[in-house]
Design a protein around this ligand. Sequence first.
Ligand SMILES: [Zn+2]
Length: 188
Amino acid sequence: MPVMVDGLRMPAIVAGDVALEICNTRAAWSGGEETHEYLHSYQHVAVWARHAGLLPDLATADAAEGERVLDRVLEFRRAYYLALTDGDADWALLSRYVRDYGPGLHAGTDSVADWDYGDDAERPLRAIVHRAAQLLASPHSHEVRACAGIGCGWLFHDPRGRRRWCVMAVCGNRAKAARHAAAHRPSA
Ligand SMILES: [Zn+2]
């Protein structure tokens, strides 16, 4: 379900956990008819990171660096998604990302420390990896479910095991319409 932010098509924020939203920048994880990709450029990554609440403002990069960061975000996203959905995750790759891009603590104000995401082009990647690492190491990672919608696969936090759809009005209704069509199909 797209929304427009700064003139770019962005996914709706629906996961209930900011750490999961990166997985919802793509749809049809489970192999639908068409794949929906939201992150087409570094600009998309930067706008999305602010839209999702990972960064307070827009990160910037030159063209070559932006391309490199985009590739890494997509590579990390895939391994992270598989780790959360009991897929065949590349844990060595995930560990390497956490080691290379996990931010350090930095002294904050009023004795509250903060995470240092830096101020360069890799800032969104560090924020994504940091949130992901925190979730993967927490018991909440067992409360993540994938939307049952046809060609969707978006993830959300579902502590009580009751939620089925990323957005009822989209995937829930689509499934209902498909069931309705199947029930009313004239038999041959
Ligand atoms: Zn869905």
